[in-house]
Design a protein around this ligand. Structure first.
Ligand code: PMP
Length: 450
């Protein structure tokens, strides 16, 4: 990439350390500087337009340039730009949003705790689970189980929940109390001759074996995304959740549904919890909660979780936890307006309408010889690439496809060699076709170049 000495690209490399990048490589290649966005599109500083096939980071549900969110933020900024929810203080937007989320929750929930990112929501969930175990006089019940390939964030505890090597390597993680069970990815995890139904049952058996090996009285909670996102878009096999949930019930283990990606329509229901008939005790929400126009996340807890925590805070005299930005009024006001838009425009109904085209076109990518598997549900999906003749360095095909997509005006995300698609929920049928036309053409070029 040609760079002028004072260009934004050059200054970016000079001054910024990026997430999920090889810093040395970035010093050479530079960065893509995005300047503005409208609907499902974003534009870079040179004026080139892209379909944002990832809705940013799985999050811009209502699309870019939504004026109602800008106005909601401006109104709140004028009135009360900041206040907190520490001690016995609060403010209107956080109250209204908490009430709204409890009303929307697909299973009975009783309280909302606001945080600023998905990582913080999951981190807070872990802390409250530990606090609760102590409150119940079960100090040994502190271990937490999540799954290989699950993604729950990057703070010390949430990165430990995340079941991906790159989030642990050289960070001295995971924490010892956090354990990982089998990932529900049938194609790579199945044993010879194992049917999908048998595999789903084995995943539940693996979970139970881990619980028994560790001692059921030491296991506090199980964290899972209804559909795995950043670990490669892993849609659970049929029967998976029906087999896993009774295991948790049997040993009195709390179930935390990480709805950070699935929440607010992505899978064709308001929550992934509804799509898979889950019974979580806690839910973490972020991303589409505000369409990422403002950083905000929320942890919902039911009475089983709340009651002992309330008792413990009373015994100690304070719940010693809280973030300066928890329930930030501008973020809460934007989230409320965003949820209004999602409901008024029936974006969940819209996802159901568009999903067949999206899933059909995604499945069509398998006509390319590089694509070994496509998987998805609603408006989320991935195409896994693998060279038919030889094995490449993991991630190299993904990087090549990513570059070809970008060249042709489509932003996707390569999770090693799985190309993810997770566009804004407002995408139209015609735009879904545009997106996959570009993906198809780009993959043809990559295949031809090998
Ligand atoms: N949980 C899930 C399911 C996620 O997809 C993510 C982010 N991709 C997180 C948690 C962490 O959220 P954040 O990046 O806001 O910390």
């Amino acid at each position: 990439m040609a760079q002028l000495p004072n260009s934004l690209e050059a200054r970016d490399v000079a001054f910024q350390l990026h997430s999920y990048a090889d810093a040395r490589k970035q010093e050479q290649t530079g960065s893509l500087v995005i300047e503005k966005g409208e609907g499902i599109y974003v534009e870079d500083v040179s004026g080139k337009r892209y379909i944002e096939g990832m809705a940013g980071l799985w999050s811009v549900a209502v699309g870019f340039g939504e004026k109602r969110l800008v106005e909601a933020a401006a109104r709140q900024m004028e009135k009360l730009p900041y206040y907190h929810t520490f001690t016995f203080k609060t403010h209107g937007p956080s109250i209204e949003l908490a009430e709204k989320l409890i009303e929307m929750a697909p299973v009975p929930m009783s309280k909302v705790y606001f945080t600023n990112s998905g990582s913080e929501a999951n981190d807070t969930a872990i802390k409250l689970i530990w606090y609760r175990s102590n409150a119940l006089g079960q100090p040994e019940r502190k271990k937490i189980i999540s799954r290989m390939r699950g993604y729950h964030g990057v703070t010390v505890a949430s990165a430990s929940l995340t079941g991906l090597p790159n989030n642990h390597k050289s960070f001295d993680l995971p924490l010892p109390q956090i354990l990982h069970t089998t990932s529900p990815h049938y194609r790579t995890m199945k044993k010879d001759g194992e049917s999908e139904a048998e595999f789903a049952r084995r995943c539940a058996q693996d979970l139970e074996d881990l619980i028994l090996a560790e001692g059921p009285e030491t296991i506090a909670a199980f964290f899972a995304e209804p559909v795995m996102g950043a670990g490669g878009v892993v849609v659970p096999p049929d029967g998976y959740w029906q087999a896993v949930q009774p295991v948790l019930k049997k040993y009195g283990i709390l179930f935390v549904a990480d709805e950070v990606i699935c929440g607010f329509g992505r899978t064709g229901n308001m929550f992934g919890t509804e799509t898979y008939n889950l019974q979580p005790d806690m839910m973490t929400l972020s991303k589409a909660l505000s369409s990422s126009y403002q950083p905000i996340s929320a942890l919902l807890i039911n009475d089983t979780v709340y009651e002992p925590i309330a008792d413990e805070s009373h015994r100690i005299g304070v719940l010693g936890h809280g973030y300066t930005g928890s329930g930030h009024p501008v973020a809460a006001a934007v989230a409320l307006e965003n949820l209004k838009i999602i409901e008024e425009r029936d974006l969940v109904g819209h996802v159901r309408e568009i999903a067949p085209t999206f899933q059909k076109r995604l499945a069509g990518l398998a006509d390319n010889p590089l694509v070994v598997e496509t998987r998805g549900i609603g408006l989320i999906g991935a195409a896994e690439l693998q060279h038919p003749a030889h094995s490449d360095t993991p991630g190299s095909l993904g990087a090549a496809a990513n570059a070809a997509f970008q060249e042709n005006g489509l932003i996707s995300r390569a999770m090693l060699d799985a190309m993810a698609f997770c566009p804004p929920l407002i995408i139209t049928d015609g735009q879904v076709n545009d997106l996959f036309d570009i993906a198809e053409e780009s993959l043809k070029k990559v295949a031809a170049s090998l």
